[in-house]
Design a protein around this ligand. Structure first.
Ligand code: ANZ
Ligand code: ZN
Length: 810
């Protein structure tokens, strides 16, 4: 028989698929649709490594599986090519970003094609294509018209190295996410998107999504809803008042001082002449700090007394007003009532400055007083030392105190969100120009829709100016324009959009990528949306998904789409490590698929990417593991081609049928549950089974089912074997097999499982299960796992139908 030669068969079938346009999704196809989407990549300069393949292979298995199940599958791919990484790469390598992006895309595309994934390249999109970003700008204009895009002067995070403003999420521990330089502050007028207007809906609609709980939780925390009250305090001897936000109105009697954020506008007005110098000095120091720095816990508390006092509205007590950097200006009202007995930060502050502490919440049976506290008591209890409210349970107390204040017009129940409006300006070249014109007479005017896109002009120098202005500001013939409203002289906005802009709606463009009249047609939306399965890294769990959800909801509100959530099911693949570290060019631990393809073929890489471990878990690449999978494919090839060559298929026996139906069941269920590594194990035990059956004979269906089930995993190999089996149409025109549960009724046995000779658990399993299957299952038992975790397995013994013993050391 012929030898397995992936170098020959893989290009052959890729060419076949391409010629037959098999991966082009057709809008008029009557089959039910399935939209399977990968998070599209930044075409970076370093290309793809085997870690990147993991998600792409997984989404491709699903796309091919759904195709075989009779769905009309849309599986597109494109490029998120604006933004800092592309621009920094371009600057470093002294190539125009557009040129660098083009080369990188070619390389990425070649590599992605190599995977043998069924991408519909006829729908390829590129966020830097004016035909695409025209619509990104169009969406911005719609937001501007609805008041959701606005400008605001604000101190922004400034990276002195990249010479650009950064969003909070691009700052990691006070440093630039890209280059690691320490962040400073700079006051600039920024474009903002009012995502906060959607905070509650972004929270509420999470509940219906088939997403990992972990991701929903991260989004929930990021939105950070917190219920409480606003309470207004009079400042003694002033007309000024101070409104605070508190989640604990039940502790109002325990307030012993007030704290304002140093940049709070009231500070200037109430500071006494004696305190002025020290207050101003403290304010200056605070302004240099980032919010991240200010929020560090267990940091020694600092602050300055303003000399002024507030009046507690519930008991008339005079409370000294301090400023401190632990109170942030952009959360709540930028002011707090401090309750040191029940808030840890206030407790530390009070200890530092000798301010009074007063217990007002205590559980039944406790008698602690302020002197007894080593830290704030933040738990539940009853109100004490609280006038007429004394004795109320704290939950009840929150409501009653709020009501009391509301009745007197000095307080109200409120909800606060941690979510901030989205800083949507970058002072960089490589982004979508913000389509606004500044006119002295008319103010800010949106570029008329028929004039979109506002094209990025070609420039000589695209490096950041460092003055805070975008390089676009230096191109006079581009900046100077006329006002669309009055026709007078006007200037273009020179800020560009952040790297997140294009990816916030790209999934809506694939269904209708060549539309020149609108971002996408209603018909295309009806046909394809929402995305049925979205596959990508967990690093996008918060921002990208939040922004994409926000854009979708906005487009829903203006009647452009009729769904509120874009991604029905989400799957986050884990990472692949090598030598204990994340693969990266700088660490020199990258496993490149290019060499492996040459030696072992694409199908071997595909299958190993799946076999390497549970798809959502971070795993370590193993060359031995990889070779094992490559050998398995060889063995499978040899077995099948030899049986076909002998040409003596038998009639199916009961045992063969049972095993075949068992394989269909296992593979189908394991794909559905995303346990793709165990789906691969099922193939392995089945091939072992068939090898044994060979002596007595194998039926045709056993072989054909195997080849068909393998098709989503190893599509090239399956196509070739299908042809060898005598079919002359692509295997992907077949139908995914179904199993008959009747066939699977089996006898089970109970196997004691030992670790180092001690019985640790019992495995209930099919009497005919293979040794591999038994060992795999045995090691999954929790009691067995406890005893083998972290140890090295030196031996695995299976005495058929009697016992398993696993010998470990370490
Ligand atoms: C009095 C109080 C008593 C508080 C108590 C807590 C416990 P979350 O859950 O994060 O919303 N706070 C309010 N605005 C703040 C700001 N701008 N900077 C720093 N801290 C601020 O927390 C709300 C609580 O954080 C508020 O409730 C307030 O302290 C503080 F036993 O008010 B609390
Ligand atoms: Zn004008």
């Amino acid at each position: 028989a012929r030898k397995y030669n992936p170098q020959e068969i893989e290009p052959k079938w890729q060419k076949y698929w391409e010629e037959k346009k098999m991966h082009q999704a057709n809008d008029d196809d009557p089959r039910p649709k399935y939209y399977c989407l990968d998070m599209f990549p930044y075409p970076s300069g370093s290309g793809l490594h085997v870690g990147h393949w993991r998600g792409y292979v997984l989404s491709d298995v699903w796309s091919r599986y759904k195709t075989l199940q009779g769905y009309n599958v849309l599986h597109p791919m494109g490029w998120d090519a604006f933004g800092l990484p592309a621009e920094n790469y371009a600057i470093q390598n002294k190539i125009h970003p557009a040129k660098a992006v083009k080369t990188n895309i070619e390389n990425f595309k070649r590599q992605l094609k190599d995977i043998g994934a069924m991408y519909d390249w006829s729908r390829e999109i590129n966020t830097t294509d004016p035909e695409y970003y025209k619509w990104t700008q169009w969406i911005f204009v719609q937001m501007f018209k609805k008041g959701l895009a606005y400008r605001k002067e604000m101190p922004i995070n400034w990276c002195p190295e990249c010479k650009t403003g950064l969003a909070n999420e691009e700052v990691v521990n006070g440093c630039c996410e890209r280059c690691g330089a320490e962040i400073t502050k700079k006051n600039l007028k920024q474009w903002m998107l009012k995502i906060t207007a959607y905070a509650q809906r972004l929270l509420d609609d999470l509940k219906d999504l088939d997403w990992p709980e972990k991701v929903k939780k991260m989004q929930t925390n990021w939105i950070g809803r917190s219920e409480g009250a606003e309470i207004t305090f009079k400042v003694d001897g002033h007309d000024e008042t101070i409104t605070v936000f508190t989640t604990r109105p039940d502790t109002l009697f325990g307030a012993t001082y007030m704290v304002l954020a140093p940049e709070h506008p009231v500070v200037e007005k109430i500071t006494t002449p004696e305190q002025k110098t020290s207050v101003e000095k403290y304010v200056d120091e605070t302004l240099k700090k980032s919010n991240v720095e200010r929020m560090i816990e267990d940091k020694k508390k600092t602050g300055v007394f303003t000399g002024a006092y507030a009046i507690n509205p519930i008991n008339g007590e005079k409370l000294p007003i301090w400023i401190s950097d632990y109170v942030l200006m952009d959360y709540g009202t930028g002011a707090i009532m401090a309750v040191p007995a029940h808030d840890q930060r206030d407790f530390e502050f009070a200890k530092e400055f000798g301010l009074p502490i007063k217990v007002v919440i205590r559980p039944d049976g406790e008698t602690f007083e302020a002197e007894d506290l080593k830290e704030a008591y933040t738990g539940p209890g009853k109100m004490v030392n609280s006038g007429e409210f004394t004795g109320l349970d704290w939950e009840e107390g929150k409501k009653k105190v709020t009501q009391y204040l509301a009745d007197r017009g000095i307080g109200k129940a409120t909800v606060n969100y941690k979510l901030r409006d989205w800083v949507f300006s970058r002072q960089r070249y490589w982004g979508e120009p913000i389509p606004i014109i500044h006119c002295e007479k008319c103010g800010m005017v949106a570029v008329p829709e028929e004039e979109l896109p506002v094209r990025l002009p070609d420039v000589e120098s695209y490096e950041p100016t460092g003055t805070g202005e975008s390089p676009l500001a230096a191109i006079e013939e581009w900046v100077n324009t006329t006002c669309p409203e009055c026709g007078g002289p006007a200037k273009r906005e020179t800020d560009t959009m952040p790297q997140w802009a294009g990816s916030s709606w790209y999934f809506l463009r694939y269904p209708d990528p060549h539309n020149t009249e609108e971002p996408f047609s209603k018909k295309a939306m009806k046909k394809w949306m929402p995305v049925d399965l979205y596959v990508g890294g967990v690093e996008h769990a918060i921002l990208h998904l939040l922004y994409a959800r926000f854009f979708t909801k906005f487009l829903y509100d203006i009647g452009v789409v009729d769904f509120k959530e874009p991604f029905k099911r989400l799957f986050n693949q884990g990472m692949i490590y090598k030598d204990g570290a994340k693969m990266s060019k700088s660490k020199g631990n990258v496993v490149s698929p290019d060499e492996l393809i040459e030696k072992y073929g694409r199908d071997a890489i595909r299958l190993y990417e799946l076999f390497i471990g549970p798809p959502e878990v971070d795993v370590e690449w193993s060359d031995q593991g990889f070779e094992g999978v490559a050998r398995f494919l060889n063995r499978t090839w040899n077995l099948i081609t030899e049986i076909v060559e002998e040409g003596k298929f038998i009639e199916p026996t009961k045992e063969l049928e049972r095993a075949r139906h068992g394989l269909i069941k296992d593979v189908t269920e394991r794909i559905e549950e995303m346990k793709l590594n165990t789906a691969v194990s099922a193939f392995m035990s089945y091939v072992n089974f068939l090898s044994k059956q060979r002596e007595t004979g194998v039926d045709r269906a056993s072989i054909e089912t195997l080849v068909l089930l393998l098709a989503p995993f190893t599509p090239h190999l399956s196509e070739e074997l299908w042809e060898i089996l005598g079919h002359n149409e692509s295997i992907f025109t077949e139908k995914w097999p179904e199993y008959d549960p009747e066939m699977l009724v089996t006898q089970e046995m109970e196997l004691p499982i030992q670790v180092n000779g001690k019985v640790r658990d019992t495995l209930v399993i099919d009497v005919n299960a293979s040794k591999e299957e038994i060992l795999t299952k045995a090691k999954e038992l929790s009691n067995v796992q406890k005893h083998i975790e972290g140890k090295t397995i030196v031996k695995e013994i299976y005495v058929p139908k009697k016992i398993v013993n696993i010998v470990v050391k370490g």
